[in-house]
Design a protein. Sequence first.
Length: 145
Amino acid sequence: MPPGSDGTPGKLAPAGTRWLWLALAYASLGIGILAIFIPGIPTTEFILLSAWAAGKGSPRLRRWLENHPAFGPMIHHWRHGKVVARRAKLSASIMMSLCLVIMLLTIKQRWIIVIAAIGMTAGALWMWSRPEQVADRGADEDAPK
């Protein structure tokens, strides 16, 4: 498996394009932080995108994200088993539901609501299909063969 394909940082991008990765990392981080306060926008995905882009553009930003008390654990869990914590799943599901209710009350064009509901449903199904804990690899080693 090539470096970076499992979510771990690979080598830095060439100097000419490194600023693009850095811009993507900071833009994603900004959107992820805003998403904490705006229902309907996923936080986790933008933080993961930021960490991935930072791995190609800024080792310093990547280290900061990985060591951050709120962002670090979600990045670690994703890199070690594509894990999404139950709390994050519940929070995202509640926020998507709230966003859908707000849309139902404020948007007249039903086709917009249908498209949004389909997208939210697809996102929720994918999210709930992810494991909630990092697999205990030590248990496999202790099991009789």
